[in-house]
Design a protein around this ligand. Structure first.
Ligand SMILES: Cc1cc2nc3c(=O)[nH]c(=O)nc-3n(C[C@H](O)[C@H](O)[C@H](O)COP(=O)(O)O)c2cc1C
Length: 180
């Protein structure tokens, strides 16, 4: 069995919920963002990182890449949660490009998981930022019409989390087998 670490950074609980599900199903060790360093992660063959997208970027992406860059033989998996049940591949690629260099994207396995919006757990400044982001998305000519429709629903809290959505991540993590 591979030794697996799941690390998460979660402001309002969506990525944390997925991280717990993934860790439970893979019998992995679960850590919070910034409680680990390169030395602690060195014995792991599979390292999974999950966080939310904030203003088009994965939270903690730079910290995570700095931490795992020296661990060249580890199988690296990243999942993002966002406010949409699904994202058009072109829009998703834009968010990955804001978070990781193309050369990094070639070395890691990226997944999007449906998160939601939990206003009750957001600070007032974050609520304000979300309203700005929503306003921008609703009025930008670049926003696709299906995205605009989903954006309109974000005037209140929504939860799109789905336990079944982690399946591709479990499959990817199980591809790495320790040599016998
Ligand atoms: C200020 C702010 C900005 C956000 N920006 C985005 C975004 O760019 N793309 C997106 O899909 N979701 C965005 N969201 C929604 C979060 O990504 C979503 O709620 C996510 O599931 C939160 O995960 P967490 O609770 O684990 O931090 C934003 C939320 C807030 C509060």
């Amino acid at each position: 069995m591979s030794k697996i670490a799941v690390i998460y950074c979660s402001k309002t609980g969506f990525s944390a919920r997925y991280a717990r599900w993934v860790a439970r199903d893979l019998h992995a060790d679960l850590y919070r963002y910034k409680t680990v360093d390169t030395a602690l992660l060195a014995p792991y063959q599979v390292i999974i990182y999950g966080a939310g997208f904030y203003a088009g970027k994965l939270k903690g992406a730079r910290w995570f890449m700095r931490t795992v860059r020296p661990l060249s033989s580890a199988h690296i998996i990243v999942f993002a949660t966002g406010s949409m049940p699904h994202v058009h591949p072109r829009d998703l690629q834009r968010e990955w490009d804001m978070s990781f260099r193309r050369s990094e994207q070639e070395q890691i396995h990226l997944f999007y998981l449906p998160g939601g919006m939990n206003y009750t757990r957001l600070s007032l400044p974050s609520q304000f930022l979300m309203h700005l982001y929503r306003f921008y998305m609703l009025h930008s000519p670049k926003t696709r019409s299906d995205t605009r429709k989903l954006m309109r629903r974000l005037n209140h809290s929504v939860d799109y989390t789905d336990r079944k959505a982690i399946k591709p991540i479990l499959t990817e993590a199980q591809k790495k087998r320790t040599p016998v």
